[in-house]
Design a protein around this ligand. Structure first.
Ligand code: HSE
Length: 298
C-alpha cells in the first residue's frame, strides 16, 4: 500500500509560547511517499532538496516511524521518499514535517491504529534526534492542524485551539541555517520572576485572543521577553524586519521557531500582502537572499 502526502511547515513558539504554542501553515511543506508491505525495517530510499542521512536510525522520519512500529505487534516494512521544500535549519519546522508526515502516513496505511494525539509522541522522537530535545510545538500543529498548546509535557497534554478565520501568517526566511540545537544553547536556564510574569500573561493573552477572535489581544500578546532578546542576534536585520512589519499593520512579529525565519501575523490577506512587501524590502535593500511565504493557518 502506498500514499503520497503533503507535510506542512509550522511556526513554533509564536513569540511568548516557547516550546508550548505552535501553528500549522498551508502553503509550504514537504512531499513524501510512504509504502508499507509485509516484512521488517524502515528504508529511506530517496531524499531530494536536502542533504540528509538516509540511514533510518539517523533520519528523523525513520526514527519517528520506528517509534510507532515499536508499539505495534505486526511485521511491516516501510519505505519512504522525501522531497524537502522546507530547508533544514529554517525555523519553519523542517524536521517536524518529516517526522510528523511519516508517522501520519504509516498510521493511515495501517487503517489508523493510533489517534492523531497519539502520533505526537512518536514524531517527538524525530525532534529529539534533530535537536537533542523532544519538543512538540512543531509536530503537534503539523499533526493536528491549526493552533496547538502543549499544556504539559509530562504527562503529554495537548490542546487544539480555535482561532479567527482571517488570521494570516507571513514568514520570511533569510538564507542562513540556524541549527535548533545551537539556538537552544544560547538560552539561559533561569528566568526572573518579573520576566516570567510578563511571559505567562502574554501566553494567557494569546490563547484568550485566539479563542475570543480578538485580533488586538493576539497582537498585544505576541511579545517575548525571555527568548527573543537572546536569539534575535543570530538573525540578520531582525529588528528592522520586525519594525517594518509592525509599521504595515502586522498584529505582531517575532522569531519563527528557533529561527532564522521571522514570522508576522495579520488580519486578512490585504494587510498580509503589505506586511510581506515591507519585510521583503528590508532584506532586498540589505542584499540578503531570502524566501517569503504568505499562508493561511490550517
Ligand atoms: N520550541 C523550539 C525552539 C522550536 O524554539 O527551540 C524549534 O523549532
Amino acid at each position: 500500500k502506498k500514499i503520497k502526502i503533503f507535510s506542512p511547515g509550522t511556526i513554533a513558539n509564536l513569540s511568548c509560547g516557547f516550546d508550548v504554542i505552535g501553528c500549522c501553515l498551508d502553503t509550504i511543506g514537504d512531499e513524501m511517499t510512504i509504502t508499507i508491505e509485509p516484512g521488517t525495517g524502515v528504508f529511506i530510499t530517496k531524499i531530494e532538496g536536502a542533504d540528509l542521512p538516509k540511514e533510518a536510525h539517523l533520519n528523523v522520519a525513520g526514527v519517528a516511524v520506528q517509534a510507532l512500529l515499536d508499539e505495534l505487534d505486526q511485521d511491516i516494512q516501510v519505505t519512504i521518499t522525501i522531497l524537502k521544500n522546507i530547508k533544514a535549519g529554517s525555523g519553519i519546522g523542517s524536521s517536524a514535517a518529516s517526522s510528523a508526515g511519516a508517522v501520519w502516513a504509516v498510521n493511515e496505511l495501517l487503517n489508523k491504529p493510533f489517534a492523531p494525539h497519539d502520533l505526537i509522541r512518536f514524531a517527538m522522537q524525530g525532534e529529539k534526534l534533530a535537536s537533542g530535545n523532544a519538543h512538540a510545538d512543531n509536530v503537534a500543529p503539523a499533526l493536528l492542524g491549526g493552533f496547538t498548546l502543549i499544556r504539559s509535557y509530562t504527562p503529554l497534554d495537548i490542546v487544539k485551539l480555535p482561532y479567527p478565520e482571517d488570521l494570516m501568517a507571513i514568514v520570511v526566511h533569510p538564507q542562513i541555517e540556524v541549527k535548533t540545537s545551537d539556538a537552544r544553547a544560547v538560552l539561559k536556564q533561569n528566568v526572573t520572576l518579573t520576566d516570567a510574569i510578563t511571559q505567562w500573561g502574554n501566553v494567557g493573552g494569546l490563547v484568550a485572543g485566539l479563542c475570543l477572535n480578538d485580533y488586538q489581544l493576539i497582537g498585544r500578546s505576541l511579545e517575548d521577553v525571555i527568548i527573543e532578546p537572546l536569539r534575535s542576534i543570530l538573525i540578520p536585520k531582525f529588528e528592522q524586519v520586525k519594525k517594518a512589519a509592525l509599521a504595515q499593520g502586522a498584529l505582531g512579529c517575532g522569531i519563527s521557531g528557533s529561527g532564522p525565519s521571522i514570522f508576522a501575523l495579520s488580519q486578512g490577506i490585504e494587510t498580509a500582502n503589505e506586511v510581506a512587501k515591507a519585510m521583503h524590502e528590508v532584506y532586498k535593500n540589505a542584499e540578503i537572499d531570502f524566501d517569503i511565504y504568505i499562508s493561511n493557518i490550517n
